[in-house]
Ligand binder design. Sequence first.
Ligand code: NAD
Length: 482
Amino acid sequence: MNEVSVAGVTIDTRHFIGGQRVASKETYTNTSPIDGSFLGEIARGGQTEVDAAVAAAKAVFPAWAALGAKGRGEFLHTLADLIEANNEALSQLETMDNGSLLRSHRRGVMPRVAMNIRFFADWAINELHHDVFETRGHTNNVSWDPSGVAALITPWNAPLMLATWKIGPALAAGDTVVLKPAEWTPLSASFFADLTVQAGIPAGVFNVVQGFGKEAGAALVAHPDLARISFTGSVPTAKTIARAAADNLTPCSFELGGKSPAIILGDADLDLAVEIAVEQYDNAGQVCLSGTRLLVHESIAVEFAARFAAKAATLKQGDPRDPDTDIGPQIHQVHFDRIKGFVDRAKADGENIVMGGEPNAELGGLYFRPTLVKNPAQNSEILTSEVFGPVLCMQTFVTDDEVVAMANGTEFGLAAIVVSGDRAHAHAISSQLVAGTIWVNCFFVRDLKAPFGGSKKSGIGRDGGTWSFDFYADIKNTVVSP
Ligand code: NAD
């Protein structure tokens, strides 16, 4: 009951609190999005488990903080080594649990998971030097001190990647952690807990409480003993968390949704533009950064659309464990129905759906065909809401001013893409865009030292390099007289 074997990997599906596996009275059923197969019964946590996890994290915090960046770094490097050694197991179980491509997990995602731990351990040791400067003979010593217990709440679309993007800097900063993974993808966090034990990380430094957002999540973010709340997920949930955090004035970091523009200028290399545009279906469209609004210059729109349709038609949809598959399933029936609802309403509103627009009947289950909506009405739901599925909109423009207004005409500001054969032209556009990350003639190039986050409703704060430590640490200035 407490252990499941997924793709040959044994997972303990209980919570991980103070170094111990802890059961709950209730469990919930976890199934695979690939084929609906039963994966396991998962512990369903609430106030009691959250209280125990926060207490465990609080109790060990002084000792973990006292180790210093170097002491913590040794544990974290061992943990990163273990992640690398378990790449295959982690890739297999994450694919079974969230339906993303196995080949992406093996080659890109799990190496990055290890890097999330290693990079921030090293950054705390090597880059987070105490900043020292003089004021009228006095010395200012700026330091990034451990702050306490960090609550981390993560979504299902890239479970362990997004969790370690928080765990890495939080632990490196000297905080202790309570992680509440998404209820649809609980497994990799549970396996990760075992790796922290193997790495010798002291009991209570890292804790996992499994369960639903409205139960375990809500209890966690309302807890008075938290020093930080770091959340990646949707805008409505962020608002709920912000309200709960307000009672304790707990600082929050929010990485939220997007409706990012991919701007294809008239001078773009069309092959590159099409390649980047089709990439926006990656992870079955369940990517916060996805450029879901293709804004194409009128002079090349016909040619672009024809080439896009030809390229998109070559995408193979199917089992994400098959190395030839490009697009897997959606995560869950609830999410599948949500995506279908957006598309059905767009159809009912008379929108022009030129590709896809329906479930993949041959595959059945949770497979939704890559979809393109051409020239949707300006304030239409499909153009303004985050669908978080394989649904792109395409619009045309004539002038630069027009496309900048279209690109910025959203409540979100997570990312943007500009494709142009002229760097100066690309710069003239990108400098006017409101977004946390802008890619020019590329997509998804990410350096862990670069700032990452969203403007407007796409988030609060930035992660990456020292920005992560600015959040997880208590920044202190000690002024010493001459
Ligand atoms: P979600 O907001 O429904 O859930 C995210 C997490 O919050 C889950 O663990 C959930 O259990 C928890 N949660 C739900 N209600 C809660 C509550 N009241 N209190 C505390 N926790 C609660 O989001 P989702 O559907 O899992 O993820 C998709 C969203 O995440 C999309 O909007 C996507 O754009 C966004 N996202 C953003 C980034 C980024 O880096 N900006 C990355 C990935 C996903």
